[in-house]
Design a protein around this ligand. Structure first.
Ligand SMILES: C[S@@+](CC[C@H](N)C(=O)[O-])C[C@H]1O[C@@H](n2cnc3c(N)ncnc32)[C@H](O)[C@@H]1O
Length: 178
């Protein structure tokens, strides 16, 4: 039987740059693709409420946790024997390391903002690039999560929810549960 992966995400550096849309999308992608938690250096009430409402409507218990010290999150992950995977365009290509990384069952995936402290590169177990071209932390995160879970995340059930989509070839159908 395939063991389900435990994935946490850490987003570095929001303090001086407000980019609410990116942050919201990082939370939504982490949740939809099966992470249990995202740690943010700064999370405002509005964002927390938005994600809580998504959980209520669509199921699951995805958590947004505000934690001012990224170092604490990484150290705790190491204590829990999570593989710490830092996404960076300067890292080793994902396709060179993915098989090795799949031997782990628990991960902390670290995504950067505009500037990433050098210590993150040293503390990470893996510094991984998704192509060596600059792009987006959201895209890099989605591709890494997909590779680590071998597509199993696409079949995930979110449990009790208020809304459920009945997939259609054409049109939209949403079941509203009382
Ligand atoms: C605005 S980019 C900054 C690019 C940064 N110079 C770097 O080290 O990748 C923000 C974040 O997107 C992610 N990212 C961007 N391009 C990437 C790539 N090709 N592979 C992996 N992650 C990438 C990294 O987590 C990065 O910290």
């Amino acid at each position: 039987m395939r063991v389900e992966k435990s994935i946490q995400v850490l987003r570095l550096g929001h303090r001086f740059v407000r980019d609410d849309r990116t942050l919201t999308h990082l939370c939504l992608v982490s949740r939809a693709l099966g992470a249990e938690t995202i740690y943010l250096e700064e999370a405002d009430r509005e964002l927390m409420e938005k994600i809580e409402e998504v959980n209520r409507s669509w199921g699951g218990e995805f958590a947004v946790i505000e934690e001012g010290s990224w170092e604490k999150v990484i150290r705790r992950a190491k204590d829990e024997e999570r593989a710490v995977v830092h996404l960076t365009m300067y890292g080793l290509p994902l396709h060179h390391k993915v098989e090795e990384m799949k031997s782990h069952s628990k991960y902390l995936i670290v995504v950067g903002g505009p500037k990433v402290p050098g210590a993150v590169y040293r503390l990470a177990d893996y510094n991984i690039s998704v192509t060596n071209q600059p792009h987006s932390e959201i895209a890099a995160l989605a591709i890494l999560m997909h590779e680590l879970q071998e597509g199993e995340e696409l079949k995930r059930e979110f449990g009790k929810s208020r809304l459920r989509i009945i997939p259609k070839e054409k049109g939209k159908q949403v079941e509203l549960k009382s």
